[in-house]
Design a protein around this ligand. Structure first.
Ligand code: ADP
Ligand code: MG
Length: 292
């Protein structure tokens, strides 16, 4: 591409909040065939809301939710906000938890009313030695609706489940159709459960799902797809995403995310949805067409 056509494209991108670092990033964006995106906050609003509380073993729903909210009071995870907000909306006053501990990609633990309590996914239940098999049918029904389900345990007992739903952004569905029309295969990467991830992906026509992955495993996913011969663009926002962004043909950072993600990226989107990626792809294709 000529310096002039590159300047025109980067200028038009910048006006639309799509910051393209250099000519190389623009040219590479035209050549990628695969796009990896995060579920939470990229495809979805990233503001989950509490939808269901299920109680087992003689516990009450309010007891289950109060324990969950006690544990989440100390967490900054978007799921925590949904659970604490749900408890407040039901007029509950969760007791204060002690010994709070956040387990990345798994959940939270602490002491509530003198008992060891925990809230999180199946991996967390395994690590604290709680058998959750009896709850899995109920959990899977909620997951099939695209909800994220967390187990709530106190002492040695599984007390119940809480579920949250994170609405898909209004722009996501059309953006995925446009990305397909522009020749990209779209892959969802998420730490969420496989069933939940597949339910959301199915509604959106996403081509491939990698669920249950820890943030630090995203670079391995990029490496693996590239070893299979794919040319991968990877969109992400977290500190943990930086290695994956740097390993991809094109790293796409959300401007709302961590500085280190922006530094590792060839393209930065000022607003964190897929529309900016559609625009970047169109600009890059148009610029490369001009050289031929
Ligand atoms: P995502 O890829 O959707 O951002 P995370 O890697 O942050 O997901 O978390 C993966 C899973 O771990 C969540 O779906 C949830 O089940 C569990 N989890 C993580 N943090 C918390 C928390 N603070 N409270 C409850 N569950 C949590
Ligand atoms: Mg996350």
């Amino acid at each position: 591409a000529t310096p002039m056509s590159i300047m025109t494209a980067t200028g038009r991108g910048a006006q639309a909040g799509v910051l393209i670092k250099d000519a190389e990033a623009l040219e590479r964006m035209a050549r990628v065939d695969t796009l990896i995106v995060d579920k939470t906050g990229t495809l979805t609003e990233g503001r989950p809301k509490l939808t269901d509380v299920v109680a087992f073993a003689g516990a009450g729903e309010d007891e289950v939710l109060a324990i969950a909210a006690s544990l989440e009071a100390g967490s900054e995870h978007p799921l925590a906000e949904a659970i604490v907000g749900g408890a407040v909306a039901r007029g509950l006053k969760p007791p204060k938890a002690g010994d709070f501990d956040a387990v990345t990609g798994k959940g939270v633990t602490g002491t509530v009313d003198g008992a060891k309590a925990s809230l999180g996914n199946a991996a967390l239940m395994q690590s604290v030695g709680i058998d959750h098999a009896g709850a899995d049918e109920a959990a899977d029904r909620l997951r099939a609706d695209g909800k994220t389900v967390m187990y709530v345990a106190s002492g040695t007992r599984l007390l119940g489940l809480v579920a949250v739903a994170d609405p898909v952004k209004a722009s996501t569905s059309d953006a995925i159709k446009a990305l397909h029309a522009l020749g990209l295969r779209v892959i969802m990467a998420t730490g969420d459960n496989e069933l939940t991830a597949r339910a959301v992906a199915g509604r959106l026509g996403i081509d491939e799902v990698h669920a249950g992955i820890l943030p630090e495993d995203k670079k391995a996913l990029v490496d693996r797809l590239q070893a299979e011969g794919r040319k991968v663009a990877m969109a992400g926002d977290g500190v943990n995403d930086a290695p994956a962004l740097a390993a991809a043909e094109v790293g796409i950072a959300m401007g709302t995310g961590a500085d280190v993600a922006v530094e590792s990226a060839g393209i930065t989107l000022l607003s964190g949805d897929l529309t900016g990626i559609v625009r970047a792809r169109r600009l890059s294709k148009a610029t490369l067409r001009n050289i031929r």
